[in-house]
Design a protein around this ligand. Structure first.
Ligand SMILES: Cc1cc2nc3c(=O)[nH]c(=O)nc-3n(C[C@H](O)[C@H](O)[C@H](O)COP(=O)(O)OP(=O)(O)OC[C@H]3O[C@@H](n4cnc5c(N)ncnc54)[C@H](O)[C@@H]3O)c2cc1C
Length: 377
């Protein structure tokens, strides 16, 4: 049984299908929201030739160059990588059409609001008073399975699809972080994804204890758009917030019933320092399906202590001294190639490469927090 047909739940279901797990197992997928629609965009970086058949069908746009300022006309080449874009509504539709026709899969559009662990199985009850029994549950939702831990640092963002009357963008280039906006005691930057020469998603992102004020964000977006000196209109809005906290990575350890497996955000699949998690959820879903196929226990995923430590250090600095965020990320993006930066964010760099990255950073600041956070958990 899967609870939550968002990114993680649908990846797990697709991987189960792909790896033949559904031939002999029945899968129920519970989802509270029948019409999720176009609620987000998912971006990620990957090799220029996408290996994964699902992703090949889902990507609708990609960029070969990245810039760190919205007005930079010549960004850095990403080769051998591309930055890819998937529309959430395409992913939901693709996953549902792949799964719905399968004789062993059923979607139930009801909210799960209670569960009971018994010796033989797990009993779930929905808001429609339906009760079902399952051997295993994969859940991407907190309630009713886990207590929502207190999150004290968030990545929040508000974005608009902005259409200009003139051609103002270089369509094969996106802006990852432009810090040229007021920081106001938070870490704030502009993220911009042009899908043509005249249309882009322009988003303001904030790292702070509280979510960004939507009106303030819209004002900032209008100011960014004005810099292009062309008439523009704001279209669809994207808004959200992602926990920037390592507390979610301990969910597995605290949970008492190993037949209930947290997935997605709930399981700490989102990297706390960046907010990226879409590909990691796919990777973990593949491992989960493999383990089920081999009839092995599906237990937790542990991140590398080295990268957890780096994240902890960065989060501690950003939370305590948000004014330094602009300096840190600007130094990082100026001094490190995007390929190395993405490799680091993928947690695949060697210690030697890590030192090359740290070399670009304000060393005294990191040393100060290094001593405060010296224990590696
Ligand atoms: C706006 C936005 C943009 C993002 N962009 C990116 C990006 O570009 N790249 C990237 O790597 N990551 C991105 N992320 C982070 C991450 O990939 C997404 O948040 C991702 O959707 C998380 O997947 P999930 O399955 O954990 O949660 P969700 O996708 O939110 O799925 C949870 C599902 O559970 C359902 N549900 C909730 N309660 C119940 C219940 N009691 N019973 C049944 N169903 C229930 C919800 O309706 C929802 O469909 C983004 C996040 C947001 C919010």
């Amino acid at each position: 049984m899967i609870v939550g047909a968002g990114a993680a739940g649908l990846w797990v279901a697709l991987e189960m299908l792909h790896q033949g797990v559904l031939k002999d197992n029945r899968l129920l997928i519970f989802e509270a929201d029948q019409d999720k629609g176009k609620d987000r965009t998912w971006c990620f970086w990957e090799r220029e030739t996408l290996q994964n058949p699902h992703l090949r069908k889902l990507v609708t746009h990609s960029w070969s160059r990245v810039s760190f300022r919205t007005d930079n006309r010549v960004g850095n080449g990403l080769s051998p990588l591309l930055y890819y874009y998937v529309e959430s509504s395409d992913f939901y539709a693709y996953a549902k059409s792949s799964l719905e026709g399968h004789k062993n899969v059923s979607f139930i559009y009801e909210r799960v609001n209670r569960y009971l662990s018994t010796q033989n199985n797990i009993e779930l009850t929905t808001n429609q008073y339906r009760t079902v029994k399952a051997d295993r549950v994969f859940t991407s939702v907190f309630k009713p399975f886990f207590h929502l831990p207190e999150i004290d640092f968030w990545q929040s963002f508000v974005g608009f699809w902005v259409t200009f009357e003139d051609e103002v963008f270089t369509a094969d280039q996106f802006t990852l972080m432009d810090f040229d906006i007021p920081q106001d005691d938070a870490v704030r930057f502009v993220y911009m994804l042009p899908v043509s020469k005249s249309k882009a998603l322009i988003e303001v992102t904030q790292f702070h204890d509280n979510a960004i004020d939507a009106q303030k964000a819209e004002k900032l977006i209008r100011n960014v758009a004005r810099k292009f000196a062309a008439h523009f209109t704001l279209g669809d809005k994207e808004q959200g917030k992602i926990p920037m906290s390592q507390i979610l990575e301990t969910q597995y350890l605290e949970h008492h019933d190993e037949r209930i497996t947290p997935i997605g955000t709930v399981s700490g699949a989102i990297k706390p320092s960046t907010g990226y998690g879409f590909l990691e959820m796919k990777r973990r879903a593949g491992i989960i399906a493999e383990r089920i196929a081999a009839d092995e226990v599906v237990n937790g995923f542990k991140r590398s202590p080295r990268f957890k430590f780096y994240d902890r250090l960065l989060l501690a600095i950003l939370k305590s001294e948000p004014a330094r965020g602009k300096q840190i990320f600007s130094a990082l993006t100026k001094g490190v190639s995007p390929q190395l930066l993405f490799k680091f964010l993928d947690e695949k760099t060697s210690v030697f490469e890590d030192f090359k990255i740290f070399n670009a950073l304000p060393v005294p600041l990191f040393l100060k927090y290094l001593f405060k956070n010296i224990t590696v958990k």
